[in-house]
Design a protein around this ligand. Structure first.
Ligand SMILES: Nc1nc2c(ncn2[C@@H]2O[C@H](COP(=O)(O)OP(=O)(O)OP(=O)(O)O)[C@@H](O)[C@H]2O)c(=O)[nH]1
Length: 626
């Protein structure tokens, strides 16, 4: 590993450049970051592995970045060594909040565009976020080694978008390393040095944190003003908590302890504190001895897009689940959660996520990092419901949906940007139409590609819309969306009844047009999933008291209990005990035993469109109209 000349704590701000790499998913951020680490000597060739900064197993397995990673990199220009603070960011729309926090720690952004794909939806959203933060943008075309690369064509697109000269757009290959030294030179030349006051009282922004089971909370900070020394008591200004650091340092590429951190530098602090309520991302750190008076502008709280209940498979794990969420939220400030009780599933949490991928990642992390076995309920968006007496509630859980008459329901709507080759415009419009979309306008990015702006109900976008968009456009279209407001909608709550008993975990709030589909899908799924029992089990879907779908699980054999009619209770019990023996963990819903796996499978979002179900829905729709 290369010895760095500039030492943390004593690097003049004029020699520091903090930047992040932003791009649409898969355009090559992590690969370009790998080459930068290698070329700058931070990682030796034999230690190098792909996606070096993607530290989590889930990131490496899925090939996507979930967490931003900051690393200190030396780079010399004209004989002067500069210190680059590089942050590799995620590309998927669900992790935009992660990107926005990273941007606030930088003065510049490298905007990567895949030279075989051109501008995509998250290229635009990330660019606009960086421009909002007044960052210097360095446009770069990546993957120029590929034979299908069209740097001229896509360079033109980028130039039109950001208003630069096409010749100023750098061309690189993250794979071969071509153009990367020039990119680093440009970063040094174009991105402004940080401009904090090195002599002012210390102020550092917490842009991320993580829980380490041995060392407690690790906080990642970007120093704005002043200096923090190790062994100097620090204070979090927002929370008012004060602690003695046990270690201060920079990451290059691993944690390297240092004596101090100075203005403009990016590093970490470990205080040994294990109480997770003692740290908050977005807060400002100062020193006890010479405290700053004004906090740095933090982050806006993220707004969850989808909600779902998370329950431990075994209710004794509830305290562990709470503990795990408390720790996970340190590393994922966009997760929100509050306790929830379900008749069917027991104690758990209603959690808010930024999208379905985010939800999957959280559940996966809870499983892997905390060894929890979980049941997740079907995700939904939030609704504002006005009852007949004008009282108003925000519903994030179908079980909170008011009974009785409702005056109005409002659903969240989002502004969506869909970028597609022009031959698919018709298909995209059809798809948006089917999802209750409202077209706002359409812009040509070039002669071949179009940016369509739609207003769509959030509940229509967050679930399978993206998959359908991909399949109708042969994978070419890309989507980005953000919450823009709300609209009145014709929504109903569909309940699922098992042997006449409502099972709260299966209730859903859906558009009236889709109520049938949901009812049929759920009863059909449960019919396959719940094992036959000694008696017949009706499975029904209902809106209020009106049954809209029904399936039946026939009795396994003659009802053994029928014989005991009016008879001896101990005999009944014995028969039931016998039936239970050897069975796996079950949940009792009334008299019906439902295996845990049935909940998991019924609530999974994967197979909602299986052909069987669709046919059944079609048939049911023909028979009756809602
Ligand atoms: N041929 C070629 N392939 C590249 C280049 N850069 C990246 N790739 C490939 O493109 C794919 C995506 O690259 P990543 O670096 O993971 O992309 P990313 O932007 O970090 O992805 P997310 O973090 O998930 O948004 C990988 O298969 C890379 O090997 C390049 O310059 N040339």
């Amino acid at each position: 590993m290369k010895q760095q000349v500039n030492q943390p704590g004593s690097t003049p701000q004029s020699l520091i450049r903090n930047f992040c790499i932003i791009a649409h998913i898969d355009h090559g951020k992590s690969t370009v970051a790998d080459r930068i680490l290698q070329l700058s000597g931070v990682v030796d060739a034999h230690d190098m592995r792909n996606q070096f900064l993607d530290k989590m197993d889930i990131e490496r397995e899925r090939g996507i970045t979930i967490k931003s990673q900051a690393v200190r990199v030396p780079w010399a220009v004209d004989g002067t060594e500069y210190t680059l603070g590089m942050i590799d960011t995620p590309g998927h729309v669900d992790f935009t909040y992660e990107v926005s926090r990273s941007l606030a720690a930088c003065e510049g952004a490298v905007l990567l565009v895949d030279a075989t794909q051109g501008i995509e939806a998250q290229t635009l959203s990330n660019l606009y976020m960086a421009l909002d933060d007044d960052l210097e943008i360095i446009p770069v075309l990546n993957k120029i080694d590929l034979p299908s690369a069209e740097p001229e064509k896509y360079g033109e697109e980028i130039a039109n978008l950001i208003g630069c000269d096409p010749d100023d757009i750098l061309r690189v290959s993250g794979k071969t390393g071509e153009g990367i030294p020039e990119l680093l030179d440009t970063i040094v030349k174009k991105i402004p040095a940080p401009h904090g006051d090195p002599d002012a009282p210390a102020r550092a922004l917490i842009f991320d944190s993580v829980y380490d089971s041995y060392r407690g909370i690790v906080t990642y900070i970007r120093m704005e003003d002043g200096e923090i020394h190790s062994r100097e008591r620090v204070r979090q200004m927002g929370l008012g908590s004060a602690h003695d650091p046990i270690e201060l340092g920079v990451i290059s590429p691993d944690m390297q302890p240092t004596q101090s951190l100075g203005a403009g530098e990016v590093g970490y602090i470990i205080t040994g504190v294990k109480d997770v309520s003692q740290s908050k991302v977005g807060d400002t750190i100062t020193t006890e001895k010479n405290p700053a008076t004004e906090v740095l502008p933090g982050y806006r709280e993220p707004e969850p897009m989808v909600y779902a209940g998370i329950f431990p498979m075994d209710n004794v794990d509830y305290p562990d689940l709470r503990d795990a969420l408390d720790k996970l939220v340190l590393n994922d400030a966009s997760l929100v959660y509050q306790p929830e009780t379900s008749v069917a599933l027991g104690f758990g949490f209603r959690c808010g996520f930024l999208g379905l991928l985010h939800m999957q990642i959280i559940v996966e992390r809870l499983r892997r990092e905390f060894g929890l076995e979980l049941i997740t309920t079907a995700p939904n968006v939030h609704y504002r419901v006005i009852a007949e007496d004008s009282s108003e509630i925000t519903v994030t859980n179908p079980s909170e949906y008011p009974e009785g008459k409702i005056r109005a329901v409002y659903e969240p709507v989002a502004d969506a940007d869909i970028i597609t080759p022009k031959e698919f415009v018709g298909d995209v419009m059809d798809l948006c139409q089917e999802h209750r979309g409202n077209m706002k306008n359409m812009e040509y990015l070039s002669t071949e590609r179009v940016d369509l702006h739609y207003e769509l109900p959030l509940g229509e976008i967050v679930f399978d819309f993206f998959d359908q968009l991909k399949s109708r456009t042969k994978g070419y279209a890309t989507l980005n969306y953000e919450l823009s407001g709300e609209q009145e909608a014709d929504l109903v709550k569909v309940d699922i009844l098992i042997q006449g008993e409502r099972v709260d975990a299966f209730s859903a709030i859906v558009h009236r047009d889709k109520a049938y589909a949901y009812g049929v899908m759920m009863t059909k799924k449960l019919q396959k999933l719940i094992p036959r029992q000694l008696f017949e089990i009706p499975l029904q879907a209902a809106i209020g008291a009106r049954i809209i779908a029904r399936e039946t699980i026939s009795a396994l054999r003659k009802d053994v209990l029928a014989k005991c009619y009016g008879g001896d209770i101990t005999r009944k019990r014995k028969l039931l005990e016998k039936q239970k023996a050897g069975k796996k963990k079950m949940k009792m819903l009334g008299r019906v035993e439902v295996p845990q796996e049935a909940f998991i499978a019924a609530l999974s979002t994967d197979d909602t469109t299986d052909r069987d179900t669709r046919e059944k829905i079609r048939a049911a729709k023909k028979k009756a109209s809602l």
